[in-house]
Design a protein around this ligand. Structure first.
Ligand SMILES: [Ca+2]
Ligand SMILES: [Ca+2]
Ligand SMILES: [Ca+2]
Ligand SMILES: [Ca+2]
Length: 443
């Protein structure tokens, strides 16, 4: 074989070896000079160091391709980044121009794996430097004129990114229309569904508040601001599970006459109807009702009693026609009187004095009784200072235990019946645990 033919065989072997090396390295371009293997140029990534050409064969046919040629180690780096050429910057390295990066893309001052042009992606996120990745949802795009904000009423773009490299719509729940009112019902504002649509919202009841302008109220100024069966106490509508006592500035005169203040005050009558001792016949036998008012100083009560046979003949007041009034200021509601503030007042019809049988708390308590001219009814008025009851300077919203009972004697001797305001026969005898409650309210 001539030297020339041998040289051609060697050159052919080198090309094959070079091709194998290039494929193994997954490179984009390689070139081969007539003198050996070298990198292809400035724009390409090159493989690792190439293998060497094997020894040539021998013999008349010039021998086969040598076996010593191996591809160099591929140029891949951990994390999928590619080893740049010696004169290029690695992915993630600081850069100033595309041409300096092995990746060919200098973005946000680092060599990035792509051009990363979308404003909702970035090449400089923590732990992802050099890898074009979505910026977090709700983040303002890093480029102007991206994801331009649209009105919430449209439920369109909200001016931020969606965390997946795109633009975000106004999030679910964003108001996209005004609410409206109908009596105590509110139709809330429509809301965005998060996918660009404005959705209707079901009406809701405002109880115990009313609906004003476009939404349910959250405060009240007077009872009329509250729905039925509720009252305004301390700016809150409270459900009338217990009677609410109206506050008053003008106070009644304790004289047994029904003052105008009782009539003007909107204080509701409370009926006394529950028979717990004996029996009551026709309404003229025994009927009673009461009203209450309060100031910061005292509790006021007006009681009307119809009784066709008024009797006061026994040493024990409860064996005659009488009114019993009970308080439990701290609402402790015990089965026995607590020796703290549980009290029982006893006012006999046509008596000039009264008693408090538990703690002797009589200071400042005043009362008056006026009997109808035909002696079939009487009006009772009384004032109880809070200081005597054990409720110092109470304010609206305060609850306390309360009970009132009417004793009835129609024929002398022992009483014939007793009726109470709160509770039933099984609650007898009256004790704090069986008292009703009253709640201090507004005017
Ligand atoms: Ca009066
Ligand atoms: Ca009697
Ligand atoms: Ca008590
Ligand atoms: Ca009687």
């Amino acid at each position: 074989m001539t030297n020339l033919r041998l040289a051609k065989r060697i050159a052919t072997s080198a090309r094959i070896i070079w091709f194998t090396a290039c494929v193994a390295a997954v490179i984009s371009a390689c070139s081969l000079s007539t003198t050996g293997i070298e990198s292809s140029g400035s724009d390409s990534v090159v493989p690792g160091e190439g293998g060497s050409v094997g020894d040539s064969g021998s013999g008349d046919m010039g021998g086969g391709i040598g076996t010593g040629a191996v591809a160099g180690a591929a140029g891949m780096l951990p994390g999928g980044t590619t080893q740049p050429p010696p004169d290029k910057l690695a992915q993630g390295a600081a850069c100033t121009a595309n041409k300096n990066c092995g990746t060919g893309a200098c973005v946000q001052g680092v060599c990035c794996d792509s051009n990363c042009t979308n404003g909702c992606v970035s090449c400089v996120l923590a732990n992802l430097v050099g890898k074009c990745s979505p910026i977090p949802a709700g983040t303002v795009p890093r480029t102007d004129n991206t994801c331009l904000k649209e009105s919430a009423n449209t439920c369109g773009l909200d001016g931020t990114c969606n965390g997946a490299g795109g633009c975000r719509s106004h999030i679910a729940g964003t108001a996209c229309g005004q609410g409206s009112c109908s009596d105590a019902m509110e139709t809330p504002p429509f809301t965005c569904d998060g996918n660009g649509k404005c959705m209707a919202t079901a009406p809701r009841a405002c109880a115990p508040y009313m609906c004003s302008t476009r939404a349910c109220d959250t405060e009240c100024r007077r009872d009329a601001d509250c729905s039925s069966n509720t009252a305004c106490v301390n700016k809150k509508c409270v459900i009338l599970d217990v009677p609410v006592i109206k506050s008053t500035v003008s106070v009644p005169v304790i004289d047994g006459e029904t003052d105008d203040i009782w009539n003007r005050s909107n204080a509701p009558w409370q009926d006394i109807t529950n028979v717990v001792i004996g029996s009551v016949g026709r309404p003229s036998d025994l009927t009673g009702r009461f009203k209450v008012l309060w100031t910061s100083e005292a509790f006021y009560i007006l009681v009307e009693v119809a009784d066709s046979s008024l009797v006061n003949d026994s040493p024990e007041v409860w064996k005659d026609d009488a009114i019993e009034i009970y308080f439990d200021a701290n609402n402790s509601r015990a089965q026995t009187y607590d020796n703290v503030d549980d009290v029982q007042y006893l006012f006999g019809w046509n008596d000039q004095d009264f008693s408090e049988g538990k703690l002797g708390k009589k200071q400042g308590v005043t009362f008056a009784t006026r009997t109808a001219s035909d002696s079939t009814a009487y009006v009772f008025e009384a004032k109880f200072p809070w200081s005597t009851l054990g409720l110092a300077a109470p304010t609206a919203g305060k609850r306390f235990g309360f009970q009132i009972a009417l004793d009835d004697d129609d024929d002398g001797g022992d009483r014939d019946a007793q009726m109470v305001w709160y509770g039933k026969l099984s609650d007898f005898p009256v004790r704090p645990a069986s008292f009703g409650e009253l709640l201090l309210g507004g005017p």
